[in-house]
Design a protein around this ligand. Structure first.
Ligand code: PLP
Length: 395
Protein backbone atom coordinates (compact mmCIF):
# COMPACT_ATOMS: atom_id res chain seq x y z
CA UNK A 1 0.00 0.00 0.00
CA UNK A 2 2.88 2.34 -0.82
CA UNK A 3 3.17 4.92 -3.60
CA UNK A 4 4.14 2.25 -6.16
CA UNK A 5 5.14 -0.34 -7.12
CA UNK A 6 2.14 -2.19 -5.69
CA UNK A 7 0.73 -5.70 -6.09
CA UNK A 8 0.12 -6.46 -9.76
CA UNK A 9 -3.26 -7.66 -10.95
CA UNK A 10 -3.13 -11.50 -11.18
CA UNK A 11 -4.39 -11.29 -14.77
CA UNK A 12 -1.30 -9.25 -15.67
CA UNK A 13 1.01 -11.79 -14.03
CA UNK A 14 -0.70 -14.63 -15.91
CA UNK A 15 -0.42 -12.79 -19.23
CA UNK A 16 3.30 -12.31 -18.64
CA UNK A 17 3.90 -16.02 -18.27
CA UNK A 18 2.77 -16.75 -21.86
CA UNK A 19 5.30 -18.27 -24.28
CA UNK A 20 7.56 -15.99 -26.35
CA UNK A 21 7.07 -15.50 -30.09
CA UNK A 22 9.26 -13.98 -32.80
CA UNK A 23 9.20 -10.25 -33.33
CA UNK A 24 7.71 -10.56 -36.81
CA UNK A 25 5.31 -13.36 -35.99
CA UNK A 26 1.91 -12.09 -37.19
CA UNK A 27 0.56 -12.75 -33.69
CA UNK A 28 3.26 -10.50 -32.23
CA UNK A 29 2.70 -7.62 -34.66
CA UNK A 30 -1.05 -7.99 -34.08
CA UNK A 31 -0.45 -7.72 -30.30
CA UNK A 32 1.61 -4.59 -30.91
CA UNK A 33 -1.16 -3.00 -32.98
CA UNK A 34 -3.77 -4.03 -30.45
CA UNK A 35 -1.68 -2.58 -27.61
CA UNK A 36 -1.44 0.74 -29.47
CA UNK A 37 -5.22 0.87 -29.87
CA UNK A 38 -5.82 -0.06 -26.21
CA UNK A 39 -3.50 2.70 -24.98
CA UNK A 40 -5.28 5.24 -27.19
CA UNK A 41 -8.27 4.44 -24.98
CA UNK A 42 -6.22 4.78 -21.79
CA UNK A 43 -4.62 8.11 -22.81
CA UNK A 44 -7.91 9.31 -24.37
CA UNK A 45 -6.34 10.15 -27.68
CA UNK A 46 -6.61 9.50 -31.38
CA UNK A 47 -2.82 9.80 -31.77
CA UNK A 48 -1.55 7.16 -34.21
CA UNK A 49 1.82 7.34 -32.40
CA UNK A 50 0.74 5.59 -29.20
CA UNK A 51 3.10 2.76 -28.25
CA UNK A 52 5.42 1.30 -25.62
CA UNK A 53 8.99 2.26 -24.81
CA UNK A 54 10.83 -0.69 -23.22
CA UNK A 55 12.13 0.22 -19.78
CA UNK A 56 10.63 1.75 -16.66
CA UNK A 57 8.72 5.05 -16.72
CA UNK A 58 11.99 6.92 -16.78
CA UNK A 59 12.73 5.32 -20.16
CA UNK A 60 9.58 6.92 -21.58
CA UNK A 61 10.52 10.28 -20.06
CA UNK A 62 14.01 10.08 -21.47
CA UNK A 63 12.77 8.97 -24.91
CA UNK A 64 10.28 11.84 -25.11
CA UNK A 65 12.73 14.50 -24.01
CA UNK A 66 15.81 13.36 -25.92
CA UNK A 67 13.73 12.92 -29.09
CA UNK A 68 11.82 16.21 -28.84
CA UNK A 69 14.67 18.41 -27.65
CA UNK A 70 17.73 19.29 -29.73
CA UNK A 71 20.84 20.59 -27.97
CA UNK A 72 20.41 24.30 -27.29
CA UNK A 73 16.56 24.21 -27.29
CA UNK A 74 14.97 26.00 -24.37
CA UNK A 75 12.90 23.78 -22.06
CA UNK A 76 10.70 25.12 -19.26
CA UNK A 77 10.13 22.83 -16.26
CA UNK A 78 7.78 23.95 -13.47
CA UNK A 79 8.93 21.94 -10.43
CA UNK A 80 6.59 21.02 -7.57
CA UNK A 81 8.16 17.74 -6.45
CA UNK A 82 10.85 15.15 -7.02
CA UNK A 83 9.90 14.21 -10.55
CA UNK A 84 10.00 17.81 -11.81
CA UNK A 85 13.67 17.81 -10.81
CA UNK A 86 14.05 14.60 -12.82
CA UNK A 87 12.54 16.18 -15.96
CA UNK A 88 14.91 19.14 -15.62
CA UNK A 89 17.88 16.83 -15.11
CA UNK A 90 17.05 14.71 -18.16
CA UNK A 91 16.45 17.82 -20.33
CA UNK A 92 19.83 19.15 -19.21
CA UNK A 93 21.57 15.92 -20.20
CA UNK A 94 19.83 16.13 -23.59
CA UNK A 95 21.68 19.42 -24.08
CA UNK A 96 18.68 21.70 -23.54
CA UNK A 97 18.92 25.15 -22.03
CA UNK A 98 16.76 24.34 -19.01
CA UNK A 99 14.69 26.98 -17.20
CA UNK A 100 12.92 25.99 -14.01
CA UNK A 101 10.32 27.56 -11.74
CA UNK A 102 9.88 26.10 -8.27
CA UNK A 103 7.20 26.13 -5.62
CA UNK A 104 7.05 24.49 -2.21
CA UNK A 105 6.20 20.75 -2.23
CA UNK A 106 2.51 20.10 -1.63
CA UNK A 107 1.19 22.86 -3.92
CA UNK A 108 0.64 23.30 -7.66
CA UNK A 109 1.21 26.14 -10.14
CA UNK A 110 -1.57 28.39 -11.41
CA UNK A 111 -1.99 28.36 -15.18
CA UNK A 112 -1.25 32.10 -15.12
CA UNK A 113 2.13 31.49 -13.43
CA UNK A 114 3.05 28.92 -16.08
CA UNK A 115 1.95 31.24 -18.90
CA UNK A 116 4.01 34.06 -17.36
CA UNK A 117 7.08 31.78 -17.32
CA UNK A 118 6.42 30.76 -20.95
CA UNK A 119 6.36 34.44 -21.94
CA UNK A 120 9.64 35.05 -20.09
CA UNK A 121 11.50 31.94 -21.29
CA UNK A 122 10.01 31.37 -24.79
CA UNK A 123 10.72 27.64 -24.57
CA UNK A 124 10.47 25.07 -27.36
CA UNK A 125 9.01 22.61 -24.85
CA UNK A 126 7.03 22.80 -21.60
CA UNK A 127 7.77 19.68 -19.55
CA UNK A 128 5.62 19.24 -16.47
CA UNK A 129 4.69 16.34 -14.21
CA UNK A 130 0.96 15.60 -13.83
CA UNK A 131 0.60 13.69 -10.55
CA UNK A 132 3.78 13.62 -8.50
CA UNK A 133 3.78 10.75 -6.01
CA UNK A 134 6.51 12.51 -4.02
CA UNK A 135 4.04 15.23 -2.99
CA UNK A 136 0.69 13.44 -3.60
CA UNK A 137 -0.73 16.36 -5.62
CA UNK A 138 -1.53 16.69 -9.35
CA UNK A 139 -0.82 19.78 -11.42
CA UNK A 140 -3.97 20.85 -13.34
CA UNK A 141 -3.13 20.55 -17.04
CA UNK A 142 -6.48 21.30 -18.67
CA UNK A 143 -5.71 24.97 -19.43
CA UNK A 144 -2.07 24.57 -20.40
CA UNK A 145 -2.57 23.05 -23.86
CA UNK A 146 -4.33 26.15 -25.14
CA UNK A 147 -1.62 28.35 -23.61
CA UNK A 148 1.16 26.28 -25.24
CA UNK A 149 -0.64 26.35 -28.58
CA UNK A 150 -0.95 30.14 -28.42
CA UNK A 151 2.77 30.55 -27.71
CA UNK A 152 3.99 27.87 -30.14
CA UNK A 153 5.32 25.59 -27.38
CA UNK A 154 5.26 21.78 -27.39
CA UNK A 155 3.58 20.38 -24.27
CA UNK A 156 4.86 17.21 -22.56
CA UNK A 157 3.74 15.61 -19.32
CA UNK A 158 4.75 12.63 -17.16
CA UNK A 159 1.53 10.85 -16.17
CA UNK A 160 3.19 7.78 -14.62
CA UNK A 161 1.66 8.28 -11.21
CA UNK A 162 -1.76 9.53 -12.25
CA UNK A 163 -2.85 7.67 -15.40
CA UNK A 164 -5.77 5.30 -14.84
CA UNK A 165 -6.60 6.67 -11.40
CA UNK A 166 -7.14 10.37 -12.06
CA UNK A 167 -8.79 12.23 -14.93
CA UNK A 168 -6.42 12.63 -17.87
CA UNK A 169 -7.38 13.78 -21.38
CA UNK A 170 -4.49 13.72 -23.84
CA UNK A 171 -6.41 15.28 -26.75
CA UNK A 172 -8.93 17.46 -24.95
CA UNK A 173 -6.15 19.04 -22.87
CA UNK A 174 -3.94 19.63 -25.91
CA UNK A 175 -0.94 17.49 -24.92
CA UNK A 176 1.79 16.81 -27.50
CA UNK A 177 3.51 14.04 -25.56
CA UNK A 178 2.71 11.99 -22.49
CA UNK A 179 4.56 9.08 -20.91
CA UNK A 180 3.60 6.60 -18.20
CA UNK A 181 4.54 3.37 -16.45
CA UNK A 182 2.66 0.27 -15.34
CA UNK A 183 3.43 0.11 -11.63
CA UNK A 184 1.02 2.73 -10.29
CA UNK A 185 -2.69 2.78 -11.23
CA UNK A 186 -2.24 0.44 -14.22
CA UNK A 187 -1.81 -2.61 -12.00
CA UNK A 188 1.35 -4.03 -13.55
CA UNK A 189 5.08 -4.31 -12.83
CA UNK A 190 7.59 -1.60 -13.69
CA UNK A 191 9.43 -2.17 -16.97
CA UNK A 192 7.28 -0.80 -19.78
CA UNK A 193 6.47 2.80 -20.57
CA UNK A 194 3.32 3.58 -22.56
CA UNK A 195 3.75 6.81 -24.53
CA UNK A 196 1.62 8.90 -26.86
CA UNK A 197 2.72 11.61 -29.30
CA UNK A 198 0.60 14.15 -31.15
CA UNK A 199 1.07 14.64 -34.92
CA UNK A 200 2.94 17.87 -34.08
CA UNK A 201 5.35 15.99 -31.78
CA UNK A 202 5.84 13.29 -34.41
CA UNK A 203 6.66 15.95 -37.03
CA UNK A 204 9.31 17.43 -34.71
CA UNK A 205 10.81 13.98 -34.13
CA UNK A 206 10.68 12.91 -37.79
CA UNK A 207 12.55 16.09 -38.74
CA UNK A 208 15.46 14.77 -36.68
CA UNK A 209 15.32 11.23 -38.07
CA UNK A 210 18.51 9.47 -39.07
CA UNK A 211 18.39 5.83 -40.11
CA UNK A 212 21.09 3.45 -38.78
CA UNK A 213 23.76 2.45 -41.31
CA UNK A 214 23.20 -1.31 -41.05
CA UNK A 215 19.54 -1.14 -42.09
CA UNK A 216 19.59 2.00 -44.23
CA UNK A 217 17.96 1.88 -47.68
CA UNK A 218 18.26 4.25 -50.67
CA UNK A 219 16.78 7.63 -49.81
CA UNK A 220 16.70 7.06 -46.03
CA UNK A 221 17.55 10.06 -43.92
CA UNK A 222 21.08 10.48 -42.56
CA UNK A 223 21.92 13.45 -40.32
CA UNK A 224 25.08 14.59 -38.68
CA UNK A 225 23.09 15.83 -35.64
CA UNK A 226 20.81 12.85 -34.94
CA UNK A 227 18.77 12.32 -31.77
CA UNK A 228 21.34 11.85 -29.01
CA UNK A 229 20.34 8.33 -28.07
CA UNK A 230 19.89 5.23 -30.16
CA UNK A 231 17.79 3.19 -27.71
CA UNK A 232 15.45 6.13 -27.03
CA UNK A 233 15.33 7.48 -30.60
CA UNK A 234 11.56 7.74 -31.04
CA UNK A 235 11.90 8.22 -34.81
CA UNK A 236 13.46 4.75 -34.98
CA UNK A 237 11.03 3.29 -32.44
CA UNK A 238 8.11 4.69 -34.48
CA UNK A 239 9.47 2.99 -37.60
CA UNK A 240 9.57 -0.28 -35.65
CA UNK A 241 5.99 0.06 -34.32
CA UNK A 242 4.69 1.56 -37.55
CA UNK A 243 3.98 0.04 -40.93
CA UNK A 244 7.64 -0.19 -41.94
CA UNK A 245 8.43 -2.57 -39.03
CA UNK A 246 12.03 -1.47 -39.39
CA UNK A 247 14.10 -3.47 -36.91
CA UNK A 248 15.31 -1.53 -33.86
CA UNK A 249 15.50 -3.24 -30.45
CA UNK A 250 13.82 -6.61 -29.82
CA UNK A 251 10.49 -5.68 -28.28
CA UNK A 252 10.40 -6.87 -24.63
CA UNK A 253 7.81 -9.55 -25.36
CA UNK A 254 6.75 -10.48 -21.83
CA UNK A 255 6.45 -6.81 -20.89
CA UNK A 256 4.30 -6.26 -23.97
CA UNK A 257 1.97 -9.04 -22.79
CA UNK A 258 1.84 -7.37 -19.36
CA UNK A 259 1.31 -3.84 -20.68
CA UNK A 260 -1.40 -5.06 -23.03
CA UNK A 261 -3.21 -6.80 -20.17
CA UNK A 262 -3.00 -3.67 -17.97
CA UNK A 263 -4.73 -1.67 -20.71
CA UNK A 264 -7.29 -4.44 -21.37
CA UNK A 265 -8.25 -4.39 -17.69
CA UNK A 266 -8.76 -0.62 -17.72
CA UNK A 267 -10.61 -0.49 -21.03
CA UNK A 268 -12.90 -3.35 -19.95
CA UNK A 269 -13.65 -1.57 -16.68
CA UNK A 270 -14.05 1.79 -18.47
CA UNK A 271 -11.71 4.70 -17.79
CA UNK A 272 -14.36 6.70 -15.92
CA UNK A 273 -15.19 3.73 -13.71
CA UNK A 274 -11.50 3.09 -12.98
CA UNK A 275 -10.97 6.72 -12.00
CA UNK A 276 -14.09 6.64 -9.80
CA UNK A 277 -12.80 3.44 -8.13
CA UNK A 278 -9.53 5.20 -7.29
CA UNK A 279 -11.43 8.25 -6.03
CA UNK A 280 -13.62 6.13 -3.77
CA UNK A 281 -10.88 4.01 -2.20
CA UNK A 282 -8.58 7.03 -1.93
CA UNK A 283 -11.32 8.96 -0.12
CA UNK A 284 -11.97 6.02 2.24
CA UNK A 285 -8.26 5.81 3.07
CA UNK A 286 -7.97 9.58 3.63
CA UNK A 287 -11.06 9.68 5.88
CA UNK A 288 -9.76 6.63 7.72
CA UNK A 289 -6.34 8.04 8.54
CA UNK A 290 -7.90 11.39 9.52
CA UNK A 291 -10.19 9.51 11.95
CA UNK A 292 -7.07 7.94 13.50
CA UNK A 293 -6.05 11.49 14.45
CA UNK A 294 -3.50 11.86 11.64
CA UNK A 295 -3.07 15.07 9.63
CA UNK A 296 -3.14 14.92 5.82
CA UNK A 297 -0.39 16.60 3.78
CA UNK A 298 -0.72 18.85 0.74
CA UNK A 299 -3.15 21.07 -1.13
CA UNK A 300 -6.56 19.43 -0.55
CA UNK A 301 -8.08 20.71 -3.78
CA UNK A 302 -5.40 19.03 -5.90
CA UNK A 303 -4.77 15.78 -4.05
CA UNK A 304 -4.34 12.72 -6.25
CA UNK A 305 -6.91 9.95 -5.83
CA UNK A 306 -4.35 7.18 -5.48
CA UNK A 307 -1.92 8.30 -2.79
CA UNK A 308 -2.30 10.18 0.47
CA UNK A 309 0.48 11.91 2.39
CA UNK A 310 0.12 11.62 6.16
CA UNK A 311 2.12 13.63 8.70
CA UNK A 312 4.00 11.39 11.12
CA UNK A 313 2.68 12.51 14.54
CA UNK A 314 5.05 13.91 17.19
CA UNK A 315 6.51 11.19 19.37
CA UNK A 316 5.88 8.45 16.79
CA UNK A 317 8.85 6.78 15.10
CA UNK A 318 7.94 6.72 11.39
CA UNK A 319 10.35 3.99 10.39
CA UNK A 320 9.36 1.76 13.33
CA UNK A 321 5.70 2.05 12.25
CA UNK A 322 6.57 1.07 8.67
CA UNK A 323 8.67 -1.86 9.87
CA UNK A 324 5.93 -3.14 12.18
CA UNK A 325 3.33 -2.90 9.40
CA UNK A 326 5.58 -4.86 7.09
CA UNK A 327 6.75 -7.49 9.57
CA UNK A 328 3.51 -8.10 11.46
CA UNK A 329 0.93 -7.47 8.73
CA UNK A 330 2.87 -7.82 5.43
CA UNK A 331 1.68 -4.32 4.52
CA UNK A 332 4.09 -1.82 3.01
CA UNK A 333 3.52 1.94 3.17
CA UNK A 334 5.89 4.55 1.79
CA UNK A 335 8.44 6.90 3.26
CA UNK A 336 9.25 10.23 1.54
CA UNK A 337 11.96 12.04 -0.36
CA UNK A 338 13.79 15.33 -0.03
CA UNK A 339 12.13 18.04 2.07
CA UNK A 340 9.42 15.63 3.24
CA UNK A 341 11.79 12.87 4.36
CA UNK A 342 10.96 11.76 7.90
CA UNK A 343 7.92 14.09 7.95
CA UNK A 344 5.22 12.16 6.09
CA UNK A 345 4.26 8.64 5.16
CA UNK A 346 2.69 8.01 1.77
CA UNK A 347 -0.12 5.49 1.59
CA UNK A 348 -1.31 4.30 -1.80
CA UNK A 349 -4.65 2.93 -2.99
CA UNK A 350 -3.94 2.16 -6.61
CA UNK A 351 -4.19 -0.42 -9.34
CA UNK A 352 -5.00 -3.87 -7.93
CA UNK A 353 -4.83 -2.42 -4.40
CA UNK A 354 -7.60 0.14 -4.95
CA UNK A 355 -9.94 -2.27 -3.12
CA UNK A 356 -12.13 -2.07 -0.04
CA UNK A 357 -10.53 -5.02 1.76
CA UNK A 358 -7.04 -3.59 1.20
CA UNK A 359 -8.08 -0.19 2.59
CA UNK A 360 -9.87 -1.59 5.66
CA UNK A 361 -7.10 -4.07 6.50
CA UNK A 362 -4.45 -1.35 6.23
CA UNK A 363 -6.41 0.98 8.54
CA UNK A 364 -6.96 -1.81 11.08
CA UNK A 365 -3.25 -2.66 11.07
CA UNK A 366 -2.18 0.99 11.26
CA UNK A 367 -4.39 1.51 14.31
CA UNK A 368 -2.67 -1.32 16.18
CA UNK A 369 0.81 -0.12 15.28
CA UNK A 370 0.03 3.50 16.20
CA UNK A 371 -1.43 2.36 19.52
CA UNK A 372 1.83 0.55 20.30
CA UNK A 373 3.66 3.85 19.62
CA UNK A 374 1.54 5.58 22.27
CA UNK A 375 -0.49 7.60 19.73
CA UNK A 376 -3.88 8.48 21.25
CA UNK A 377 -6.81 7.36 19.12
CA UNK A 378 -10.36 6.10 19.32
CA UNK A 379 -10.52 2.33 18.87
CA UNK A 380 -11.99 1.36 15.50
CA UNK A 381 -12.29 4.98 14.32
CA UNK A 382 -10.23 4.51 11.13
CA UNK A 383 -12.05 1.46 9.82
CA UNK A 384 -15.38 3.01 10.87
CA UNK A 385 -14.76 6.26 8.98
CA UNK A 386 -13.72 4.37 5.85
CA UNK A 387 -16.81 2.18 6.05
CA UNK A 388 -18.92 5.35 6.29
CA UNK A 389 -17.38 6.55 3.01
CA UNK A 390 -18.32 3.24 1.37
CA UNK A 391 -21.83 3.34 2.84
CA UNK A 392 -22.37 6.87 1.48
CA UNK A 393 -21.15 5.81 -1.95
CA UNK A 394 -23.76 3.02 -2.08
CA UNK A 395 -26.58 5.24 -0.77
C1 PLP B 1 6.63 6.71 -9.73
C2 PLP B 1 6.93 7.75 -10.74
C3 PLP B 1 7.88 7.50 -11.75
C4 PLP B 1 8.61 6.19 -11.77
O1 PLP B 1 9.65 6.10 -12.70
P1 PLP B 1 10.33 4.65 -12.89
O2 PLP B 1 11.36 4.86 -13.92
O3 PLP B 1 9.25 3.71 -13.33
O4 PLP B 1 10.87 4.27 -11.56
C5 PLP B 1 8.06 8.48 -12.71
N1 PLP B 1 7.38 9.64 -12.66
C6 PLP B 1 6.48 9.90 -11.68
C7 PLP B 1 5.74 11.19 -11.67
C8 PLP B 1 6.25 8.97 -10.69
O5 PLP B 1 5.38 9.22 -9.70
Amino acid sequence: MGPGPVNADPRVLRAMSAQLIGQYDPAMTAYMNETMELYRGVFRTSNAATLLVDGTSRAGIEAAIVSLVAPGDRVLVPIFGRFGHLLAEIAGRAGAEVHTREIEWGGVFTSAAIEQAIVEVKPALLAVVHGDTSTTVAQPLDELGEICERHGVLFYTDVTASLGGNAFEMDAWGLDAATAGLQKCLGGPSGSSPISLSPKAVARIEARKSVEAGIRAEGDAVRDDPIRSNYFDLAMILDYWGEKRLNHHTEATSMLYGARECARLLVEEGMDAAIERHRLHGAAMAQGVAALGLRIFGDRAHRMNNVVGVFIPDGVDGDRVRTALLEDFAIEIGTSFGPLHGKIWRIGTMGFNARKDAVLTTLAALEQVLRAEGHRLTAGAGVGAARDVYAEAVA
